[in-house]
Design a protein around this ligand. Structure first.
Ligand code: PLP
Length: 492
């Protein structure tokens, strides 16, 4: 275990810079990095309090209302986990800075979590270290790379990724040094198996697959897909960021996958963003387990120890992982126990109930596998509405904001035109789903009646429409707060 090294201030260093005293304006700093004087406002405590309270009221999150962002799995973050995290035993303890024999409880929790996640996914070992889904993906991609290199097959330079994939899949593949081979989705919403066969070769390093995919559809021929990739010596990577649709019902390990990642901050109830970093656990089967990143908690002679896997790709974070995220997942799994399948059943029921309310809605279509049930999420298309009224998925999202509802994910996956992607999860009620279906009905009516008004929405939010071009090109945005580090930084 690491030794804690106390940082020591070197007084001399602190007060001397190039032989000159601190605070002396003659310090030879380049123009661009000099601090400018900030015109701090002079306000009373009450004014400051009101300012910050108003800011908190402008924030929208899962504690305020539903956030049906497809692919993001925004569900309730149980307060019991937050309460446990506030205990001194957890807050003041850092597993890497402990002496042997200390922090057994935390290591046991990590060990149990590893065991439960292995059981839920059909994998042989898990590393809790990666701090995000994308970090888990990059770990998995590097594991695939190391594995092929160790087998003397360094010519395998192609990663196959379907066109319905989350953007992080091609990005991780490319960061790992692979060529991304894109294959299309067929009419039923599955991977085009013939296309997969056509692009597979002995250059195939692996296939990155999300199942159920981002359309909410389960691959009907998953075993054949696995067989094709394996027959060429490639590996199967499972993007398990959103496991809601199958949790406790089917397992990636049984589908033929070799490596997977899970997002504790989606499926396993840890908060996104504000609650700290994410947690993108990565798990592997068989020989691949020895390539996992970071540390694995093992049991040895009655003690729990942290062990680096034999051929580990190394660490992807400076610590053992995001402990708060693990506590949420631990509490979540402990609470559900053997009833964990209810997550999949209730989230799937919610998705399909929502779709049933949209049936026959003018201008709205269900692309791909029209006759199939969805799992954890669904994607609808407003293409016809746009053609008939000019109202786009973006306009529809603004309409929902105007009504005080958080919008779904829009324009993703890329294979659906004017896409709106809804995911309610198991923690939203029937009433919430009905409110959204009703709002969409109102939107459709308003689109045919008064499209011009809709183009001017939202008016009731703290920000109106953003300039999308500027939002996509940060360098063209004029920052509203500039700290005094840049030469031009005067605006506050
Ligand atoms: C969210 C998500 C990811 C990435 O997870 P991050 O924690 O945001 O890095 C990857 N794949 C899918 C399908 C996702 O929904």
């Amino acid at each position: 275990m690491m030794e804690f090294r106390q940082a020591k201030w070197d007084e001399k260093l602190l007060f001397e810079y190039k032989g000159k005293e601190m605070g002396n304006s003659e310090i030879d700093l380049p123009e661009g990095v000099r601090r400018v004087k900030l015109p701090f406002p002079n306000l009373s405590e009450l004014e400051v309090l009101r300012h910050f309270t108003r800011l908190t009221e402008m924030t929208y999150g899962i504690d305020v209302g539903p956030v049906p962002l497809g692919s993001c799995t925004m569900k309730y973050n149980p307060r019991i986990a937050a309460k446990i995290l506030q205990s001194d035993k957890i807050r003041n303890m850092h597993p890497e800075l402990l002496k042997v024999g200390e922090g057994r409880g935390i290591l046991k929790m990590m060990y149990d979590l590893q065991e439960w996640l292995k059981d839920a996914t059909g994998m042989d070992a898990c590393s809790l270290q990666p701090p995000a889904g994308a970090s888990g993906e990059l770990s998995g991609v590097l594991m695939i790379k190391s594995y092929h290199i160790d087998n003397g097959e360094n010519w395998r330079d192609e990663m196959i990724v379907p066109d319905s994939a989350h953007g992080s899949n091609p990005a991780s593949s490319s960061m790992g040094g692979f060529r991304v081979i894109r294959i299309q989705t067929d009419d039923r919403g599955n991977i085009d198996l013939e296309a997969l066969k056509a692009v597979s070769s002995n250059r195939t390093a692996g296939l990155m697959l999300t199942n159920p995919n981002t359309l909410g559809l389960f691959e009907e021929r998953i075993l054949e897909i696995a067989e094709v990739v394996h027959s060429y010596g490639g590996l199967l990577y499972y993007d398990g960021a959103n496991l809601n649709g199958i949790l406790g019902i089917s397992r990636p390990g049984d589908m033929g996958f070799d490596i997977i990642h899970l997002n504790l901050h989606k499926t396993f109830s840890a908060p996104h963003g504000g609650g700290g970093p994410g947690a993108g656990v990565v798990c592997a089967k068989g020989k691949l387990a020895s390539y996992l990143p970071g540390y694995i908690v093992e049991k040895a002679g009655g003690e729990y120890i942290l062990k680096t896997p034999e051929k580990s790709i190394g660490s992807v974070l400076s610590t053992i992982g995001n402990l708060p995220g693990m506590v949420y997942a631990y509490v979540f799994l402990l609470a559900y126990g053997e009833d964990i399948w209810k997550v999949a059943v209730h989230s799937t029921l919610n998705t399909n109930y929502f779709l049933s309310l949209l049936r026959d809605l003018k201008g709205v279509t269900l692309p791909f596998g029209t006759d199939r049930f969805r799992k954890h999420e669904t994607v609808i298309s407003l293409k016809h509405l746009t053609e008939e009224t000019g109202i786009t998925a973006e306009d529809a999202a603004k309409f929902l904001l105007e009504k005080g509802l958080h919008a779904p994910t829009i324009y993703f996956p890329l294979i659906v035109e004017e896409a709106m992607m809804f995911e309610f999860t198991e923690t939203e009620s029937k009433e919430v789903i009905e409110i959204y279906a009703e709002a969409l009905k109102e939107l459709i009516e308003a689109s045919y009646r008064e499209p011009k008004t809709l183009k001017g929405l939202p008016t009731a939010t703290s920000s109106r429409r953003l300039d999308l071009v500027r939002a996509n090109h940060p360098q063209t945005m004029k920052p509203s707060i500039v700290y005094g580090v840049r030469g031009e930084g005067k605006e506050v």
